[in-house]
Design a protein around this ligand. Structure first.
Ligand code: ZN
Length: 206
């Protein structure tokens, strides 16, 4: 993934983090409502920097804390909208607002998840989303977008609430997803995208 220039819209993402192994669907932490973020401290900044490093290493457009095994409601994104402009940001304690009534149009583009890698199927979702929450310093943030960005904001907020996109798929689509995932398993060995297995110290916190 090409690094975004500093002028790209949205809030800057912390750098210098460590690439961590990605947690997969099936791990308990992925399937429960995450703990809200209440302390906007250095530990949060370190966690978010690791999430950013891991997202880029995995060539993703978004990543939630539970995807590196941490039970906190926070996600990062660096994702293009329907015009191709990339937006980036950090959202703690996200709440999503979606269009209703006549404003609500579904987009059924393909969706995939770094925690179920190598598989993509269409997943209908509203074509616009707005998310409000808090930034790294605890101040209020609001992000909205169209296209892949709308999908990403919904997908990552879902992670913070224990929902994976497989939960939103009809049975047949889920089976198709499962087949692709299983066929690609060798490309995504345990520990991916970290190059070395996690040190023991990395396993004990959170
Ligand atoms: Zn995901």
């Amino acid at each position: 993934m090409v690094a975004m220039p500093d002028s790209s819209p949205g809030s800057p993402l912390p750098e210098g983090g460590t690439v961590r192994p990605i947690t997969r669907w099936g791990a308990d932490v992925m399937h429960r409502v995450q703990e809200p973020v209440t302390e906007f401290d250095e530990a949060l900044e370190t966690l978010v920097a690791d999430m950013v490093a891991t997202m880029y290493a995995a060539e993703g457009v978004g990543l939630a804390a539970c995807q590196i095994g941490v039970d906190r409601q926070v996600f990062v994104f660096d994702c293009p909208d329907e015009t191709g402009t990339s937006y980036r940001g950090v959202v703690c304690n996200p709440v999503v607002y979606l269009p209703e009534g006549k404003e609500r149009r579904l987009d059924d583009d393909d969706e995939g998840c770094l925690s179920y890698p190598g598989a993509f199927v269409p997943c209908p979702r509203p074509d616009f989303a707005e998310v409000v929450g808090q930034g790294l310093d605890g101040s209020a943030v609001r992000h909205s977008g169209t296209g892949l960005l709308a999908r990403c904001l919904q997908h990552e907020s879902d992670h913070c609430h224990g929902t994976v996109f497989g939960d939103r798929l009809p049975r047949r689509a889920f089976k198709k997803l499962q087949k692709q995932h299983d066929a690609a398993a060798a490309e995504f060995p345990e520990g991916w995208p970290a190059t070395a297995p996690p040190a023991e110290s990395a396993l004990v916190h959170d």
